[in-house]
Write a protein that binds this ligand. Structure first.
Ligand SMILES: Nc1ncnc2c1ncn2[C@@H]1O[C@H](COP(=O)(O)OP(=O)(O)O)[C@@H](O)[C@H]1O
Ligand SMILES: [Mg+2]
Length: 470
């Protein structure tokens, strides 16, 4: 009885001298167990209550698997250890503590601000959509007790909403087992060190014996990319995002400039009440040059789209709405448009109605949201909701972003750097597992949807031109 690490990745992980270490690879290699064991190996070594750990997952429901796994081992190895089920906390007879916690959004950091945890772990790192949460807790990885090990640990498979950033951060820079070092700009002072260890299911002899069909189960996964990710631990799969390999903050996000009065400026709207609503103001180039903040003049190809301002109706928690009355949204839009016209548009320009979520035209009790908003003087066009329009919209979005490289004559898309909700939510939009050409509509997709509507309008405009010119 007791836990014996598998030869290979589990042993390497337990003995990694690098503060930030990830264990990654196929499913079933023993990554969950070994992260727990990495904490546990320092229990009963005299650190007592100073050896504090916290292990994160995104939800409490997901944590239940970790709870079951920790009970399986900890009660064998430390028969007098206690698990407090209401607080998700392990207490060891010699005073050490391991907290199992949910960390679902960047703001959760404030629950830990100022705390000291010499051991911090992240279970299934690719479940977090961005590096933000992971990064924020680094400041808590400390101990005022001298001689204490300090460890920042994580595990994951490829695939999932965070596939991209994990790949960029841990996988692309160097092969497994290599230390990735980041230096300050002066090239001499070392800022950080990290490494990753590669794990394979066939190292896990216990699992291979207990469940000889496990590998066959992985091999029978229908989705090709997911199968390659889980069976082979392959990071070169098309995972997570609909904009993977296309989004490039450097070329797509730009500093605001004033919009020439001849450009078309309109607004797009994705309605929401318990979910956020999103209003985006778009400017479309007619080829007239613009003065950039550095004083130069630039001509963007006719039809290029610029998101110049946005209003995100959320309550501060990702994907939670404001329950705002539509008449109030209408007057809020009017107020914002005065400011936009004053500050962002060369005098003479105007804002015209653009596309909105078709559901705002649905009549309920003799009234519809579109009517309520028109009282405030805000009118909309009905966006396309026909079958296939979603997939076509995402495809067009990719095309626009692809066209944004310098020296391209096709119309591209750029986002003013003030539109932080678009920048926060659109680049990482996850693919729908069942229909990889579409976005998973459970994601925070409101700015993305509003963008699709605007693109659809642009396409329709082009069609009109083609017809009248023929
Ligand atoms: N060293 C080990 N000895 C015995 N069983 C192990 C060992 N490592 C992992 N296991 C068991 O193998 C199974 C798969 O491990 P798990 O940690 O869930 O893999 P992963 O997280 O990589 O998908 C689990 O039942 C786990 O308890
Ligand atoms: Mg696991």
């Amino acid at each position: 009885m007791g836990f014996y690490p598998n030869a290979g990745s589990q042993l390497a992980f337990l003995s990694s001298p690098v503060w930030e270490t990830l264990i990654e690879g196929t499913r079933g290699g023993g990554k969950t167990d070994i992260v727990l064991m990495d904490y546990a190996q320092h229990v009963g070594r005299g650190f007592k209550a100073n050896w504090r750990g916290v292990l994160f997952r995104q939800t409490y429901k997901q944590l239940d698997d970790v709870v079951a796994r920790s009970k399986k081992w900890f009660w064998q190895i430390f028969p007098h250890s206690k698990f407090n089920g209401s607080d998700y906390k392990w207490q060891f007879p010699t005073g050490e503590e391991l907290l199992l916690r949910r960390f679902s959004a960047p703001d959760d950091y404030w629950d830990y601000h100022g705390h000291e945890y010499p051991w911090i772990g992240w279970e299934e790192l690719t479940n977090w959509p961005t590096v933000e949460c992971y990064d924020s807790m680094k400041s808590c990885s400390r101990s005022s007790h001298p001689g204490m090990p300090r460890k920042y640990r994580a595990n994951c498979n490829p695939w999932g909403i965070g596939h991209n950033w994990v790949k960029q951060y841990y996988i692309d820079p160097a092969p497994p087992g290599t230390i990735i070092r980041e230096y300050a700009k002066d090239g001499t002072s070392l800022l950080s060190e990290r490494t990753r260890i590669r794990s394979f299911v066939w190292e896990n002899t216990a699992l291979m014996e207990a469940d000889p069909t496990y590998v066959a189960k992985l091999a029978s996964i229908k989705n090709k990319n997911k199968r390659r990710a889980w069976l082979r631990g392959d990071w070169d799969v098309v995972s997570g995002g609909i904009l993977d390999g296309i989004w490039d903050e450097q070329s797509h996000v730009i500093a605001p400039f004033r919009i020439p009065s001849t450009w078309r400026i309109d607004r797009a709207f994705d309605w929401g009440s318990s979910k956020p609503f999103w209003v985006g103001w778009w400017a479309e180039s007619d080829g007239t040059g613009v003065k950039l903040p550095d004083g130069t003049t630039k001509h963007y190809p006719r039809g290029s789209l610029f998101l110049i301002a946005e209003w995100y109706g959320w309550n501060g928690t990702p994907n939670q709405g404001l329950h705002m009355l539509s008449s109030k949204i209408g007057s809020g839009i009017k107020e914002r448009e005065e400011i936009i016209l004053r500050n962002l548009v060369i005098p003479g320009g105007t804002i015209v109605p653009g596309p909105a979520d078709a559901s705002i035209f649905d009549i309920e009790n003799g009234n519809c949201i579109a009517d309520d908003m028109s009282v405030a003087g805000v009118r909309w066009e009905r966006a396309d909701k026909s079958p296939g329009s979603r997939v076509q919209g995402w495809e067009k979005l990719r095309e626009y972003l692809n066209n944004s490289a310098e020296q391209n004559d096709e119309p591209g898309m750029r986002i003013f750097n003030t539109c932080r909700h678009w920048i926060r939510t659109v680049p990482g939009l996850p693919r729908d597992e069942k229909n990889p050409d579409d976005v998973d509509s459970a994601a925070e997709d409101h700015a993305g949807d509003g963008t699709r509507y605007r693109i659809w309008t642009a396409q329709r405009g082009l069609v009109k031109v083609a017809i009248s010119g023929s």
